[in-house]
Design a protein around this ligand. Structure first.
Ligand SMILES: [Zn+2]
Length: 120
């Protein structure tokens, strides 16, 4: 392999938390292992190269046992993508996608909309 540029932000392993270290410093779930388990449950692969945005939403959803997600949930995932990745995109390298899931989970406190609270 030729030299790679030192300014690259890519990481060799999703276990490297150098992407969004503040996000992973939050002790609440999911841990990186829990996030990877959720990746496997949702897409059948533990360490794919990339996660699509809909996959990120689906993975985040598993931590809250929702059978569907509302507009507010979707918007919050988009906000997490903007914080971690700089923008919402069609897909992300795995470490970035995982960090988006984690950032969302750190902040999600349930939907504030009355209509979403009824079913608990
Ligand atoms: Zn809602």
């Amino acid at each position: 392999m030729p030299h790679t540029d030192v300014v690259s932000t890519s990481v060799e392993s999703p276990l490297d938390p150098s992407i969004a270290p503040d996000v992973w410093a939050d002790p609440r779930r999911p841990s990186l292992d829990q996030a990877l388990d959720a990746v496997f449950r949702v897409i059948g692969q533990r360490e794919p190269d990339r996660l699509t945005h809909p996959q990120v939403v689906a993975i985040a959803r598993t931590f809250f046992h929702y059978t569907w997600v509302c507009r507010f949930f979707t918007m919050q995932v988009e906000d997490a993508a903007e914080r971690v990745n700089g923008a919402c995109a069609d897909d992300y390298p795995l470490p970035v996608g995982l960090a988006i899931v984690k950032d969302f989970c750190n902040r999600w406190n349930g939907c504030p909309e009355e209509a979403c609270r009824r079913d608990g």
